[in-house]
Each structure stands twice: as structure tokens, then as C-alpha cells.
Design a protein around this ligand. Structure first.
Ligand code: FAD
Length: 382
């Protein structure tokens, strides 16, 4: 079958590997330039936590070991009190299981290499989907040389993220349920650089600075640095809107994150130049429609974007690939039937992890800290 996958992010690339393995001819379209050459965007989720859920999906196509070569295991979380006190909590009872800090760019690169190496796969960068006729499968892309119409696709799978263009076209159909809700919190990435080639904090942990109504986290990178993410309110006291001058930022960090501030020489530059990202939950249904000549479906964030506090968005999208592959196997590669079964099995799980992820924000910024810890940090509760 000729399949078009829109979006060569984490999920689109892995899905392409699974589909090509089943013998389908896949064309993968990506709006951006090849990220292996273009490099990472400033301040946009540099690294992420990969857990067993995602590793399992990579293992099934033989990619887990390659990905783990560049990963840093984090067997627990380290809470930082305002006075510099540290508390470590293992993620598993036996202390032996870990989540893995992994560079998003490296992971995407490995998945792109793997997809491109599969027989029957073609990848086209700098193609932004702008038009989709869900009856005929006719697709229009914006390219550097203007709009391009491509052949009708028998199957179109949208792996084009939380603001999916494929989903936008599906939304015109009567009966399509859709909801999108933003947290009134944003996120901003900062860096703790290596100090003489070494880590400023223990690299074997996901670091959290829980501060009641807001928090900062940090994940280690190979080479000695950490990528920190501030999760702060967008408005009000202590918010991104409030802390709008270098003096205020410096004062806030000295007061609330002094141990981190001491090892962040580029704080003010990062803070000024890195964007504030939004945190959105997207729910929709159905995840597929069958037109007269084509079938259109959604996977990954395009079907179920969640906030990042459980570290499960990409992991969940990877699990989508396993489940869709299983459904295709059970339905003899009849995409309409497989996508219907896929949604039936996945939707409830996706809704549940979306709720858990929202709840875990409160857990991480507030409840992870014991009463004694909170007393020492003099946390101001919202
Ligand atoms: P995306 O990664 O968004 O990829 C979509 C791709 O489609 C992109 O390459 C985009 O350029 C392309 N595209 C978009 N529109 C078009 C178009 N019109 N035409 C062609 N191409 C298009 N998840 C975890 O599992 N663990 C974590 O620790 C974690 N941390 C996170 C931290 C933050 C701050 C954020 C914001 C998210 C985090 N996530 C994490 C979630 C994770 O990033 C997403 O779930 C994951 O990236 C979804 O993958 P995707 O391929 O579905 O979508």
C-alpha cells in the first residue's frame, strides 16, 4: 500500500519504520529542513525522558541499543531545597530501574536514519502540508518553490504534532470532537553548563526544584551540561510576565534557586532569548476517517497531545506505533479497520495519561516535597 506520513518528528519516523517493515511504500513529509543538518531550535525541549514504554517500541525495530548509547540513566529524582539541601527518591522499589535522559535531536536523527534506510521509504523535507482532500487523498504542500500538489495517497497518517494540519482538515467533518486546553503555565529552557568538563550536579537523577506553585527541573546531557526547564505561571507574581528585567530575574533566582543560580553563568542571556513555550492538552475523536478513495488517520501528539509532567508524550506516541502495527497485523493491513481498532484500544489510555500528566504537575511542583523539606524551603503555597 502507498502510505503518506506527515511529520518526520519522533513518532512519524518510528511509524515509518514499522510501516516499511510491513512492506508498505512510505513517503514521509516534513515541513522543516533536515534536522540532522539544521540543528536544534533554541530553547525547544532539548532533551526528554525515555522510559520503558518507549524503549519497548524501539526494541521491536532493533533501535533501543543505539538510542541508549547516548542516554543517561536517571534511577530517581533529586529534590533541591532553597537552602541547598538535597533529597533523592528512587523511581522503583528496588532502585534499579531508570528513565533515560536523551537528546531529542539525536533521537530524531537516529529514527530518521533508520526510516531512510528501510526499503520503499522516501523522505521529503521542506514540505509543509497545507491542503488535504480527505475524500480523494489529494495533498498540497508549501515548498520553497511554491505550492506542490502530490499524487493521491491511499493512506494519509498525520504524525504532525499537537497543532496537526492533518487533524485541522479532519475537523471540518461533522461529528468530529475536538478540545484543546492550555495550562496558564508556560515553560522556558535554560542551561547549566559543564564545569571543567564535569557535571555541576549528580547526572544520575532528574533534578527538581519544587517551589509550591511553580518549579524548575533539569535533565543531564552527555558532556556535562544540564538542560533546565522552568514551569512558571504566565501571569501574576513570580510569573514570566512579572519577571521581565535582568534585575528581577537575578533577584528571583538568588532567592528561590540559589544552588542552581551559582552554576548558571548564562542565565540572563538564556532567559532573555529563549522563548516561553505553551503547555497544551489536545483530545479528539475519531482518530481516523475513511473517504471514498483514501483513509486518513492520526498518531502521536496529533491525536493526543499531553502536558510533559509525566514525561510520557513521546513514549506514548512510540507505543501508538506498536499498537497500530499490531492492529494492522490483526486486520490484514486493512487500514480503515486497523485504525478503528487502534482508536478503540488506545483512546482510553491516551485520555488517562493526559489526566495523569496534568495531576503530576501538582505532584512534582508541590507534593514530592515532604513536610520537613517544605519547612526548610519556606515554600510559598499558591
Ligand atoms: P512532534 O514531535 O511535534 O513532531 C511533529 C513533526 O511534524 C515535526 O517535525 C513538525 O515539524 C512536523 N509538522 C508539523 N506540521 C507539519 C505540516 N503541516 N507539514 C509537514 N510537517 C509538519 N515526552 C516524553 O516522552 N518524555 C519527556 O520527557 C518529554 N518532555 C517534554 C518536555 C517538553 C517541554 C515538551 C513540550 C514536551 C515533552 N514531551 C516529552 C512530549 C514530546 O515532546 C511529544 O509527545 C513528542 O514530541 C510527540 O511526537 P510527535 O512526533 O507526535 O510530534
Amino acid at each position: 500500500m502507498k502510505v503518506t506520513v506527515v511529520g518526520a518528528g519522533l513518532v512519524g519516523c518510528l511509524l515509518t519504520c514499522y510501516l516499511a517493515r510491513r512492506g508498505h511504500e512510505v513517503t514521509l513529509y516534513e515541513r522543516r529542513a533536515d534536522p540532522r543538518r539544521a540543528g536544534a531550535e533554541r530553547g525547544r525541549s532539548i532533551n526528554l525522558a525515555l522510559s520503558e514504554r518507549g524503549l519497548d517500541a524501539l526494541r521491536r525495530v532493533g533501535l533501543d541499543q543505539r538510542v541508549l548509547e547516548g542516554a543517561l540513566p536517571m534511577p530517581g529524582r533529586m529534590m533541591h531545597a532553597v537552602d541547598g539541601g538535597l533529597t533523592f527518591q528512587h523511581y522503583s522499589a528496588d532502585g534499579r530501574r531508570a528513565i533515560n535522559s536523551i537528546s531529542r535531536g539525536d533521537l530524531n536523527g537516529i529514527l530518521l536514519d533508520a526510516a531512510e534506510a528501510m526499503p520503499g521509504v522516501e523522505v521529503r523535507f521542506d514540505h509543509r502540508l497545507t491542503g488535504l482532500d480527505e475524500n480523494t487523498g489529494r495533498l498540497t504542500f508549501e515548498t520553497a518553490s511554491g505550492p506542490v500538489e502530490v499524487d493521491k495517497a491511499q493512506v494519509v497518517l498525520g504524525a504532525d504534532g499537537a497543532f496537526s494540519a492533518v487533524r485541522t482538515h479532519m475537523q471540518w467533518r461533522p461529528g468530529f470532537d475536538f478540545s484543546q486546553s492550555y495550562l496558564d503555565y508556560g515553560y522556558k529552557e535554560l542551561t547549566i553548563p559543564a564545569r571543567d568538563g564535569d557535571y555541576a550536579f549528580d547526572p544520575g537523577a532528574l533534578h527538581i526544584w519544587p517551589r509550591g506553585s511553580s518549579m524548575m527541573i533539569a535533565l543531564p546531557n552527555p558532556g556535562g551540561s544540564f538542560t533546565c526547564t522552568l514551569f512558571w505561571p504566565k501571569s501574576g507574581p513570580g510569573s514570566f510576565a512579572d519577571l521581565d528585567t535582568p534585575v528581577k530575574v537575578k533577584e528571583h533566582f538568588t532567592r528561590h534557586y540559589p544552588d542552581a543560580y551559582a552554576v548558571m553563568p548564562d542565565l540572563l542571556d538564556d532567559y532573555e532569548h529563549n522563548p516561553v513555550g505553551h503547555l497544551v492538552t489536545v483530545r479528539c475523536s475519531p482518530w481516523h476517517i475513511a473517504g471514498s478513495e483514501t483513509v486518513v488517520g492520526l498518531v502521536g501528539d496529533a491525536a493526543h497531545a499531553i502536558v510533559p509532567f509525566y514525561g510520557q508524550g513521546a513514549n506514548c506516541g512510540f507505543e501508538d506505533c506498536v499498537e497500530l502495527d499490531r492492529c494492522l497485523g490483526e486486520k490484514g493491513d486493512d487500514f480503515a479497520a486497523a485504525l478503528a481498532l487502534f482508536e478503540q484500544r488506545r483512546k482510553r489510555n491516551a485520555d488517562t495519561i493526559a489526566d495523569l500528566a496534568l495531576d503530576n504537575f501538582i505532584e512534582m511542583r508541590d507534593r514530592v516535597a515532604s513536610k520537613a523539606f517544605l519547612a526548610r524551603t519556606k515554600v510559598e503555597h499558591a
